[in-house]
Design a protein around this ligand. Structure first.
Ligand code: SAM
Length: 396
């Protein structure tokens, strides 16, 4: 993959110099990078403006699939902060889970599949909430022709009504002094600054003025004393985006889940020794104390899709590692690794059993350029491919 200069507002974001099929890049499968629209990366600068070197403790990304902004958010949060990444639409929640597992960025993650109204009972659970709202998509017209076809005045109105509902539903879940970062990819004022004005009139929110470098060409709009920021594609290096930040002014403060009594940790030779490894209904999981506490607090209200790191399962005496263990950024296992070339890596990712020449039988982690791809079991004369079937490359 060839990359050039950094995105102006986010050093770690690089522009590609050519279009390529990421599906045929083993590094994409290893979660070395995520492909994301550059305007969205402004989140990193907003985060810096709001928190400096500090971090919220309990963050929620309410409309998270496919996962661009929540994976970026994970890189910004402190190691001991929790992120709940939520997506209401079931198949999209699965995509969100897959993208988070592939990037393997943090153990303090819970993925949920809920309607915003389900969060209203979690009073002041979050000191940071991100709403990347479903919208009329005017900012995508240049990139995506179907966005033009789907546009109508009636749909813009519907979107604005839905956005109001989402904000009303989520207001109780934000703690006093917590921030709500609201974004859309439309230029429709009814879904943007007018909506923020409505939110400030309805709820105890204060609009926060941000300060971006003038050379970034981000356009500030002020409407009835509220602030919003437009990314116009003819002015910035990116697609259309609107973003605005609100601070909640009332409430009693952040709810902190109390510690829970945990079961006895599991010790198996293939995994590192840790107080955080448990057997949950046959699946071995890595789960930190703060994650267990949060999970306990939300599990009655939310539909949990994924939490902690799935390590694998015990089948008889054998431990079969899970894909998440291969992709996770910390090494939690003692399996041997086998470095392969690009051709073998792609064969493996297509689901074929790779041809390995090894001295001893057993499970190995295949790596490409040092990054974990997935698991194989070497049987002496052949090997079994454990790469998850739904993740395999088809038609390339
Ligand atoms: N933040 C995501 C990212 O960076 O990858 C993109 C989010 S996309 C703009 C908006 C998301 O809101 C979609 O995944 C959509 O399924 C979800 N959504 C649709 N209707 C919703 C509703 N009523 N409440 C909450 N989310 C909704």
């Amino acid at each position: 993959m060839v990359v050039s200069n950094s995105v102006k507002w986010y050093d770690s974001g690089k522009f590609l110099t050519e279009k390529r099929q990421f599906i045929t890049d083993p590094l994409w499968h290893s979660g070395v990078y995520y492909v994301q629209e550059s305007s969205s990366m402004i989140l990193a600068d907003i985060f810096r403006q709001l928190y400096g070197n500090d971090s919220p403790k309990q963050a929620l990304d309410l409309c998270a699939a496919p996962g661009g902004k929540s994976t970026l958010l994970q890189t910004l949060l402190a190691d001991d902060s929790i992120l709940i990444a939520n997506e209401v639409i079931r198949p999209r929640a699965q995509i969100l889970k897959e993208n988070h597992i592939r990037l393997g960025l943090s153990e303090n993650l819970i993925i949920t599949q809920n309607d915003p109204r389900d969060f209203s009972g979690l009073e002041e659970f979050f000191d940071y909430i991100q709403i990347d709202a479903p919208c009329s998509g005017e900012g995508m017209f240049r990139k995506d022709k179907s966005a033009v076809e789907e546009w109508s005045e009636a749909n813009c109105q519907l979107c604005a009504e839905r956005q109001k509902r989402i904000i009303a539903d989520i207001f109780p879940a934000l703690s006093k002094d917590g921030f709500l970062v609201y974004s859309t990819c439309t230029f429709n004022p009814d879904e943007n600054e007018k909506l923020i004005d409505w939110a400030c009139n309805q709820f105890d929110f204060k609009s926060i003025q941000l300060n971006f470098k003038p050379e970034w060409n981000i356009s500030e709009v002020e409407y009835n004393g509220v602030f919003g920021y437009y990314f116009y594609p003819h002015k910035v290096e990116g697609e259309g985006l609107f973003v605005s930040v609100l601070k909640k002014e009332s409430g009693f403060g952040l709810f902190r889940p109390s510690a829970v009594k945990r079961q006895k940790p599991v010790l198996i030779p293939e995994l590192i020794e840790s107080e955080n490894i448990f057997n949950e209904n046959g699946i071995l999981k890595f789960e930190t104390e703060i994650l267990s506490a949060m999970k306990q607090s939300v599990s009655k209200k939310l539909n949990l899709v994924y939490s902690g790191i799935e390590l694998g399962e015990l089948k008889g005496k054998d431990f079969i590692p899970a894909q998440a263990l291969a992709n996770f950024h910390k090494e939690l296992h003692h399996f041997e690794k086998v470095e392969v070339d690009e051709k073998t890596a792609l064969e493996f990712l297509r689901g074929n059993d790779p041809n390995l020449d090894l001295d001893t039988k057993g499970i190995r982690l295949l790596t490409y350029k040092g990054f974990g791809l997935g698991w194989v079991k070497f049987l002496g004369n052949r090997s079994n491919n454990y790469y998850p079937k739904p993740w395999r490359i088809r038609n390339f």
